[in-house]
Ligand binder design. Structure first.
Ligand SMILES: *[C@@H]1O[C@H](CO)[C@@H](O)[C@H](O)[C@H]1NC(C)=O
Ligand SMILES: *[C@@H]1O[C@H](CO)[C@@H](O)[C@H](O)[C@H]1NC(C)=O
Ligand SMILES: *[C@@H]1O[C@H](CO)[C@@H](O)[C@H](O)[C@H]1NC(C)=O
Length: 306
């Protein structure tokens, strides 16, 4: 009896080392609930540092593998190494909270081995570390694939709330060049001080913009320090043809205006939540928004409109 038990334990240890020797981090398994069909529902509480690439590698070796859901919450000082656009095998849902995100540009020139799969992405109360030097190189080389710059086109729901950017590796440049650079940056990293960037925006000069976010139904940008409505959102129908819900509540908007959509064959309205901003007047064509095709419906509750 005792021998049998020892044998089982030995076998277990052997299996463990076999996986370990292949570089598979067996410790991920403990944090994931596996369903009968191989779905993995994973939750990590990160205190120090967590590496998305190791997790991705672990997923590579699972068989069968169903849909993967990954939730990560960091405690004070916790950080993730997670290069954009965060692809992994069968990853359908990704939720990140309270983390410092590193490695943003690290895979911009790497051809992804994984097809788009992400449907829901939520990044809340987080800080993204961006190397300015890398950013300059990415813009300069412009070699990034569309799939890199557009993020994942399978995305249906995106939540980006109270996120800021911190910049590293600020290049040494003469004053005028620096100004030029900063104006380019302020174009894509919108806003003073906190440097909010619309990661998802498909800016023409930076990325080829066909089909970006074709499937996106809901975009939640609530609680971001947004002072001006970016062009991409003013002309929302071009970048987000299916968008039905846009949450811009609790931002710092002082004004807004939307472009009249070009005929698009879509009748379904978009609902835009602009509650609790600092909007004191509406554009002159505002009364007609709801008659446009598609109609634009805006909730302005909690704004200082006289
Ligand atoms: C916004 O996120 C920061 C962490 O980046 C956090 O300290 C702060 O409490 C958050 N603010 C709100 C209103 O949740
Ligand atoms: C949008 O995000 C905010 C903050 O994360 C949340 O409170 C709100 O419920 C979200 N809106 C929707 C419609 O999910
Ligand atoms: C609201 O906007 C006014 C200008 O229209 C500005 O003076 C004020 O500081 C803003 N308030 C907040 C809380 O941002």
């Amino acid at each position: 009896m005792e021998n049998a038990r020892t044998a089982v334990i030995k076998l277990f240890i052997l299996a463990y080392f076999f996986e370990y020797s292949k570089g598979i981090d067996v410790s991920f398994r403990r944090y994931c609930k596996r369903s009968f069909l191989g779905d993995q529902d994973c939750y990590f509480k990160v205190r120090e540092h967590w590496d998305f690439l190791k997790f991705r590698k672990w997923l590579d070796n699972l068989d069968p593998l169903g849909d993967v859901s990954l939730r990560i919450t960091c405690t004070e000082g916790g950080s993730l190494y997670i290069p954009w656009p965060m692809r992994a095998r069968n990853l359908k849902r990704l939720e990140i909270k309270n983390c410092l995100l590193r490695g943003y540009f690290d895979e911009h020139d790497v051809k992804s081995r994984y097809p788009d799969s992400l449907e829901v992405r939520s990044i809340v109360n987080s800080v993204t570390e961006v190397s300015l030097l890398d950013w300059v190189n990415v813009v300069k080389s412009m070699q990034s694939e569309k799939s890199y710059t557009c993020g994942q086109e399978t995305l249906v729901r995106s939540i980006v709330s109270n996120n800021t950017y911190s910049f590293l590796n600020i290049p040494k440049l003469p004053g005028s060049k620096m100004l030029e650079l900063l104006s380019e940056i302020s174009d894509s990293f919108r806003e003073k001080g906190s440097h909010v960037k619309f990661m998802d925006s498909c800016k023409k000069r930076f990325w080829s913009d066909q089909d970006c976010f074709f499937k996106l139904l809901a975009l939640n940008l609530s609680s971001n320090p947004i002072w001006h409505l970016p062009e991409e959102l003013q002309r929302w129908v071009e970048k987000f043809p299916q968008l039905e819900y846009l949450d811009l509540s609790n931002c710092k908007l002082q004004s807004f205006s939307f472009a009249k959509p070009t005929p698009h064959g879509r009748e379904k309205a978009i609902y835009i939540n602009m509650q609790n901003n600092n909007i004191s007047e509406v554009p002159t064509d505002f009364p007609r928004y709801s008659t446009w095709s598609p109609p634009i419906l805006i909730d302005l509750y909690g704004n200082p409109i006289p």
